[in-house]
Design a protein. Structure first.
Length: 643
């Protein structure tokens, strides 16, 4: 439409029969052309400009919030593991939307032909092999979670959006330019004579809001009115005006005027804190479920071994019964134990499959995708325990463990010793201080107290009177077809119109403002309570995790000894059963005890490791980078170190 208007203007400029208005018309055309050239940009240019603005803001706020900048991109790579699994393993999916936005069919009138486009990642976290399920290590699972997680991506997009909101708030205090071009052809046949003519108008304006609350606006308009009848008269119009509005009472303070901008600045920091806190808890959740799946794998292995032992015991019992050495009752006990063993094995297998599916869903991978976890991760955790158990068994075989005290000797219950405590079993007061200093969600809650305090100030300002000074000036005059016979307009300062207006809005009716002011104090109380509630919850979480660490450490030692005892019991029960000095029930109970002890030992190892990670997250000290990799906290060095 603008192009058509410009074309009509150029045509009129070229073929007009009246020479006098040509300079004015060409001036108006030049203004119109300038507006078009500076104001028309492609959608792609606007999008890229928004990306740059948001990236600059995020980088600035990362430095403010975290003391460092991190790589940040709201665009997610197209070749994430989710899509690769869907395609490579030929898994069913509902539509192209399941594969990503770059796979969507372009609809009619789509603004950008090459966007969204495929964004390949620079590195492949998990290469896929043909006809073989991929095996994920814990490190790979953390990286995949950072790339695939829907919630992770949503929080990144939230940061991007609040950054654009901040840019919009900043824009209110920038120079705002506006422009308009019009071309009008009209014919009036209502009078005694038909009147036809054309109007060409171009207008440009500038406005700005100052942090004091004052608002400035200026405008310049150029007109050309040309009659095609009544002798072809024409007239050139030019007019300029300026307005300033200055609040003197309510709404006049810099802290009042800038409040929306101040809040928008803080909202970006809050969004960054939310993402960082999520990265900590999400990494712990991934590790917890990863080790939980491996624990299920170990339970499947233990259940399988127990089932095999039960089958062997049932066979032996039948053979002994055939030889007349065992009663039918004991045979039935062995057979029942075999059936229980099979049931446990099947149940453990299905529980493992369910746990693996839940883990895949945590990473937002297709539940029907075929993946495996690296069992070496659990073996690394259990290796120190296995070495300790081997040492204990060696002492028992060598007879160097010491003599058993008499049964009537005084009994002294030994409390858990801090001698063999882990590195993260630190003093409770130190752990709480670290948590209160580093928990980002607590910093957000505390920051919102300050936000609500400012809201009280703004609400109080709205209660008072409003006094506004308004000044305007108008120079020159506009032209239309009705004034085409007038002389050309000129801008003369001595011929302008000037006015000043002082408006006082008395605070007679302030019911809404009064209620808002009172409610602002209630909001402040709630914000303070939120801090207190979260502070108490943080202390409770830290104390509980320290207890979990101690309990898990003691449980680990107890379960290790239980496994040693259970193994010895199974071995001796077998020997006594072979010698006819024990019943089948003794052997079956020993086998059940071994299964329970083995499962308990694995659970204790996993629980202790997860408690270490959860404590670091509860203290806000588990640092996670943009790739999902963590750096654990070292109390000895009082810093985060890579593991």
């Amino acid at each position: 439409m603008i192009g058509a208007k410009l074309k009509r203007a150029f045509v009129s400029c070229e073929y007009s029969a009246v020479p006098r208005p040509l300079p004015a018309l060409c001036a108006a055309t030049a203004v119109a052309l300038l507006i078009v050239l500076t104001g028309c940009r492609t959608p792609s240019e606007h999008r890229l400009d928004a990306d740059k603005v948001a990236a600059d803001i995020i980088q600035q706020k990362q430095m403010q919030a975290l003391g460092q900048t991190q790589q940040f991109s709201v665009e997610r790579p197209s070749d994430i593991l989710r899509r690769r699994l869907l395609l490579d393993q030929n898994l069913p999916y509902a539509s192209q939307a399941s594969l990503g936005t770059d796979k969507l069919k372009t609809i009619e009138h789509w603004p950008e032909n090459d966007y969204p486009k495929a964004e390949p990642s620079l590195d492949s976290v998990l290469p896929l092999e043909t006809n073989k399920p991929p095996q994920l290590s814990l490190v790979q699972a953390l990286q995949i979670g950072a790339r695939n997680s829907f919630e992770y991506q949503t929080l990144k997009e939230n940061i991007f959006q609040v950054a654009l909101d901040l840019d919009l708030k900043r824009n209110e205090f920038r120079n705002i330019f506006a422009g308009q071009v019009e071309s009008l052809i009209s014919t009036d046949t209502t009078g005694d004579r038909t009147v036809s003519g054309t109007e060409y108008s171009g207008a440009a304006g500038l406005s700005r809001k100052l942090e004091s609350g004052a608002q400035l606006s200026t405008a310049l308009a150029i007109d050309l009115a040309n009659l095609m009848t009544l002798g072809g008269a024409s007239s050139f119009g030019i007019a300029g005006d300026a307005t300033i509005s200055i609040p003197l009472l309510g709404g006049s303070g810099r802290h009042i005027v800038r409040e929306p901008l101040t809040q928008a600045e803080r909202d970006v920091v809050y969004a960054i804190y939310v993402l960082e806190r999520f990265k900590q808890t999400f990494a712990v959740q991934i590790a917890s479920q990863y080790l939980g799946v491996l624990r299920q794998v170990d339970q499947v292995k233990n259940a399988e071994e127990n089932y095999r032992r039960a089958v062997v015991s049932a066979r032996r019992s039948r053979r002994f019964a055939e030889a007349g050495r065992l009663s039918q009752i004991q045979v039935d006990q062995a057979v029942q134990n075999e059936l229980r063993g099979r049931n446990r094995w099947i149940s453990a297998t299905e529980s493992y499959k369910s746990a693996l599916d839940s883990f895949k869903s945590l990473l937002d991978l297709p539940p029907d995708a075929k993946i495996e976890l690296d069992r070496a991760e659990l073996e690394q955790l259990t290796a120190p325990v296995s070495e300790t158990m081997a040492d204990i068994m060696g002492e028992e075989e060598a007879g160097t463990k010491g003599q058993t005290p008499p049964a009537d000797a005084p009994i002294e219950l030994a409390a858990p010793s801090p001698k063999d405590a882990g590195p993260l079993e630190i003093d409770e007061s130190v752990a709480i201080d670290l948590a209160l200093d580093n928990r980002l969600d607590l910093q957000i809650a505390d920051g919102k107290v300050y936000d609500t305090q400012r809201a009280v100030v703004v609400a109080a300002d709205a209660l008072g009177a409003e006094l506004t000074l308004l000044g305007t000036s108008e120079l020159g005059s506009r032209r239309s077809i009705s004034s085409a016979t007038a002389d050309d307009a000129k801008i003369r300062i001595d011929k302008g119109k000037y006015s000043a207006l002082l408006t006082l809005d008395l605070p007679f009716e302030r019911t809404a403002e009064r209620n808002a002011y009172r409610n602002s104090f209630i909001s402040l109380e709630r914000a303070v309570r939120d801090v207190q509630i979260l502070e108490d919850q943080i202390k409770l979480d830290v104390r509980n995790q320290l207890r979990n660490l101690l309990e898990s450490r003691e449980s680990l030692k107890i379960q290790a000894n239980s496994v040693i005892v259970a193994r010895r019991r199974v071995k001796s029960s077998n020997l006594f059963f072979e010698a006819g000095q024990a019943q089948i029930r003794d052997l079956l109970e020993a086998q059940d005890a071994l299964l329970s002890a083995q499962n308990g030992l694995t659970s204790a190892v996993v629980t202790y490791r997860v408690a270490e990670l959860e404590l670091q997250a509860d203290m806000g000290l588990l640092k996670v980078d943009e790739k999902g990799l963590w750096q654990e906290y070292s109390p000895k060095e009082n810093k985060n170190v890579k593991k």
